[in-house]
Design a protein around this ligand. Structure first.
Ligand SMILES: *Cc1c(COP(=O)(O)O)cnc(C)c1O
Length: 243
């Protein structure tokens, strides 16, 4: 697979550019984030050598395992996986600049306490369950505004926007409905003009649905499979607590 990584990134960049063009958007508004779960550090390095800078892991242990190796290569770490409160301490050792998966107040509060002690701050996105699937993480859509208002009072957390995982469906319109819902919530929050809360980022769209996400306003697309190939572990391992 090694030799295909650079080509695959080019293809993805083209898909992003074309989707932007089709929707009269500036491609510079859409950042490509490499979803690197299960990908060995050596292969991530190849992707970074093509000029990509933004990578994200789903599990703290996996991030830790690759951290030392990748530390030598310039890049920015995001975190996109379900975060357990007992992993916050380790996560903060890994130089992560944005967490996309804040979905409950107790997690936000524990993160805040830890950051306070370290005199640090963190950019966060609020993860929303827009597909109403039990198996997916994320705050319920009707809870998001209240959650944002509460998190806005935590001085170390800088809310930058929202994140969602679209429904895994062959029906483009069902996927689109997820992204439209996220955009709708974003608009509602912007209208509230909550002090300290920015809603500039919409992290949505993956290998299979990034065009739909860009059409609906994505500013960050998270792409794994289309760049690194199929993963050995099913996504349920990352997305479902019960497995
Ligand atoms: C794995 C993952 C992605 C990337 O999915 P692909 O379909 O492989 O592009 C995006 N977001 C999250 C949260 C993920 O866990």
């Amino acid at each position: 697979m090694h030799e295909f990584i650079a080509e695959n990134i080019q293809v993805i960049q083209q898909r992003i550019d074309e989707a932007c063009k089709a929707n009269r958007r500036d491609p510079r508004e859409v950042k490509l984030l490499l979803a690197t779960k299960t990908v060995p550090a050596e292969r991530i390095e190849i992707a970074l050598q093509t000029g990509q800078t933004l990578i994200a892991e789903n599990k703290v242990q996996e991030l830790k395992d690759k951290f030392e190796y990748l530390n030598a290569v310039p890049h920015v770490n995001h975190f996109i996986g379900h975060l357990q409160t007992n992993k916050i301490k380790d996560l903060l050792k890994c130089n992560v600049s944005c967490i996309h998966s804040i979905d409950r107040i107790d997690l936000a509060e524990k993160l805040h306490q830890r950051l306070l002690k370290q005199d640090k701050s963190m950019e966060v996105l609020i993860q929303v369950n827009t597909s109403f699937e039990e198996s997916k993480y994320g705050a319920a859509p009707e809870e998001v505004i209240g959650l944002v208002q509460q998190i806005a009072t935590l001085s170390t957390l800088k809310i930058k926007g929202l994140m969602t995982i679209g429904i895994l469906s062959a029906e483009a319109e069902q996927v689109r409905a997820c992204f439209q819902l996220l955009k709708h919530i974003q608009r509602q929050i912007i209208a509230l003009a909550i002090p300290g809360v920015s809603m500039q980022e919409l992290s949505m769209g993956m290998s299979g649905d990034l065009e739909i996400a860009i059409a609906e306003g994505a500013t960050i697309v998270r792409v794994g499979t289309a760049i690194f190939g199929r993963r050995p572990t099913p996504d349920s391992y990352y997305w479902n607590e019960n497995l």
